[in-house]
Design a protein around this ligand. Structure first.
Ligand SMILES: Cc1cc2nc3c(=O)[nH]c(=O)nc-3n(C[C@H](O)[C@H](O)[C@H](O)COP(=O)(O)O)c2cc1C
Length: 220
């Protein structure tokens, strides 16, 4: 696969089938993850690849609990994630789509074929793990596997997740993400984002580059 195709079309693919992912692919996803850089090449990471139904069920329950807490605390129990408060209509539609897809994931978390629990430690900036997570997702994309980076489990239900997975609590580990993975139900496409012009300056703050790109530089 062309590297730009992978870069532009790897997105939150939450809706997936229950078809198991072959071990060779799971293995390559983690193998690509550990090729990523980390600060001082520290490699303070662990990946727990969960494919067994009883453990996926446990994580599914914990994820739903965490997701419900998130919606309650951040969106006053409004499952559309505040779309009604977003002024721009196009953005509001996007938020509604994301909220529906995210609700689907919280209800079906236990059914996704693989859940990658990603942990790190000794990382004061908190950023060393994200190149590895992105490598894992890109490697999945190259094999036609849809992934979604999720964080609510680590944020709101870490203690019970440690318990469920026998993770030692005295070694400094924290859960950065759980990446769900499976064969997509949806279609691949290039993500809609704010225009470059709105987010890029040349040389100094406020100096617009004048690139005026209407469309992404990669078409799919
Ligand atoms: C740091 C981070 C945390 C995220 N946490 C969650 C999550 O807990 N649950 C979820 O369903 N999606 C989660 N997402 C997925 C985002 O909602 C998604 O990437 C974003 O809406 C853009 O979607 P798109 O790439 O399909 O356009 C997370 C993404 C990132 C980068």
């Amino acid at each position: 696969m062309d590297v730009f195709e992978a870069l532009y079309t790897t997105r939150a693919m939450r809706r997936v089938t229950e078809e198991p992912i072959p071990d060779e692919i799971l293995k390559q996803m983690v193998d690509a993850a550990v090729r990523a850089p980390s600060g001082a090449n520290n490699q303070g990471w662990k990946f727990i690849v969960v494919t067994e139904s009883n453990i996926k069920n446990l994580l599914g329950d914990l994820y739903r609990e965490a997701w419900d807490f998130y919606i309650k605390e951040y969106y006053e129990n409004n499952p559309d994630m505040g779309a009604s408060k977003v002024l721009d209509e196009t953005k509001a539609d996007q938020v509604v789509r994301i909220s529906k897809s995210a609700t689907w994931l919280s209800e079906n978390f236990h059914k996704v074929p693989a859940q990658f629990v990603v942990l790190s430690r000794n990382d004061p900036s908190g950023s060393s793990i994200y190149p590895a997570i992105w490598n894992l997702m890109l490697a999945g994309r190259a094999h036609g596997i849809g992934t979604c980076l999720t964080t609510v489990l680590g944020m709101f239900n870490q203690e019970k997740t440690f318990d469920a997975l026998n993770i030692p609590t005295d070694k400094g580990w924290r859960i950065n993400a759980v990446v769900t993975a499976g064969y997509p139900l949806g279609k691949w496409g290039v993500a809609k984002r704010d225009p470059l012009e709105d987010v890029t300056f040349l040389n100094t703050w406020g100096n617009k580059p004048g690139w005026n790109l209407e469309e992404p530089l990669f078409n799919y």
